[in-house]
Structures are given as C-alpha cells and as structure tokens.
Design a binder for this molecule. Sequence first.
Ligand SMILES: [Zn+2]
Ligand SMILES: [Zn+2]
Length: 302
Amino acid sequence: MTEAGESSDPTAQARDLPLDSHLHTNLSPDSRVPIDAYAAQALERGIAEICITDHVDFEPGTPAYDFVPFDVRERTVREAAEQWAPQGVAIRFGAEITYDSRHEAAIRDHLRGHAYDFVIGSVHVYEDSPFHASRVAAWVAGRPLAEIVAPYFGEVLGAIRSGLFDTIGHLDFVKRYLMPHVTPADLAAAPELYEPLLEALVATGTALEVNTSGLRQAPRETYPSESVVRRFGVLGGTGLSAGSDAHDERAFASGLEAGYRVALAAGARDLAFRRGGERVVVALPARFRQPARPNEATVPSL
Ligand SMILES: [Zn+2]
Ligand SMILES: [Zn+2]
C-alpha cells in the first residue's frame, strides 16, 4: 500500500489531514465497517476529524429506508465520539440524506426534529432511474447531453434550492452511471450544464462537496471535477467539504489528498463544516498553502 505524498496514486489513503467528512459505517445498508475501524485509522493516519454520514432515505422499499432508527445511530456515533476524543480523534454525527423532490416535505420534517452535526444532501440512482444499468443505453440513445443529464441535475438543483443541506454530495455522481455512453470529457465540454447548480449553491450558501470516490470508480476524477470546483470558486462559492465516501475500510480517506488539492484549485483556504449548530471553518494544512507551481495564481480565473 502506497501513501499520499510518496506516490502519484490519486486513490492512496491520505495522511495528516484535518477532516474526512463523508463516511459510511455498518449503520448504512451498503457498508459493514464498524465505526471504531474508521476511528482507529483516523488516529493512525493523523486525520483529526471524521464525520459519520450514514444513509438516510425516504423512499419506502429502498435499502436505507428506516434501516437504523435515528436514536440508535445518534447513540452509536456519540458514544464512539466520547471514547475516541481523549485520543485526539473528533467524531461528528452526520447523515447523507437522499434527496428526492417527491419526499422533500418528509426530509424537511425529519431535519426539523432531528439534530445532526452535518447533513449531506445527495441524489442517488435507484432501480427505477433512467440511469440504471438496465436502461441507461436506451436513455442516452439519440438524446442531446442536456436532456440526458436533466433528470439527475434537476433533482440536484431541487436539493440545493431546498436549503435543507449543509453540503451537496457528489454533485455529478450520474457520470459514473453514464459511462461509457457519456464520458467525463463529454461533461467537461458542457460546463453550461453545471452553471445553474453552481449559481444555486452560491445563492443559497450551500457547500459543494469534493467527493473522492470518483477517483476509484470508472470516471477516475472527483465528483465534481476540478474544473467545476474552480468555476464554483470564480462564481463566489466559498463553502467546500471533502470526503472519501468510504463504504469499506480501505477507502477511508482514499484520494483525500487529491481532493484537498481540488479544493485548493478553487481558491479555497479552508473547508466549511458544521459542528452541531455552529458553522466552523477547517483550515487546510500548511502544505496546501503553497501553489503547486511557481506561476500558478492562488485565485483562479477562467
Ligand atoms: Zn451518496
Ligand atoms: Zn455516501
């Protein structure tokens, strides 16, 4: 296993970073990792703070619907936080809520009555989605790109405009499902498709997540890509989060060094985060404060 800093492998597990803000434990239906396994790695790798963001879904019949009750999730994470705090690992209680416009009222009700430290709003691809493997080829055939991505990006826009979330998870996760019919290069050539999302993020003060799971999945780039994050910075966006979206132990902090560099490319000097009701900024480590190249502008322009 190679380490960040010693390897050009962008998916390497990172060391010495202040935060991994997107992690799934065995309180999610698609992960078997006990929370202590992440905490132990955080201690060993010098990741000062981790946020547990197990899935919370509102579509009946989906795996994360009512998977683990709120009070059990909260108690489990808070107890781990107490246990690990003296050793120097801060553990926050978050959630990754699947945004679905049909369930916006239920999500709003849930968040009114349940206090999280940090809430990610994400759009996922379900069985009935046009992007599901069984029908994506037919969906893409003969359609212009704007129409292809519209069902996904439309829901993402709804998630942003709802104002319910601290950050938007994997903004263009759909690019994983579109491959090979639509490639990351095709999406990169259509930045106008991202513009309404980025403008809405800035207008609502919602953070943008740099999700590094895309580095280890088929797109081989973050969700969203560096150019999209740069554009967010140009539009005045300042709130950024960065998470590995790990569902297994080896993915803990995976690609996070690269993810922080993507955030840096957008002109970020810190990450936005929330601890309980309090909004905080997490400074990027000193090694991110030097431009990667001598002539690189610290504030990018397009
Ligand atoms: Zn997700
Ligand atoms: Zn996730």
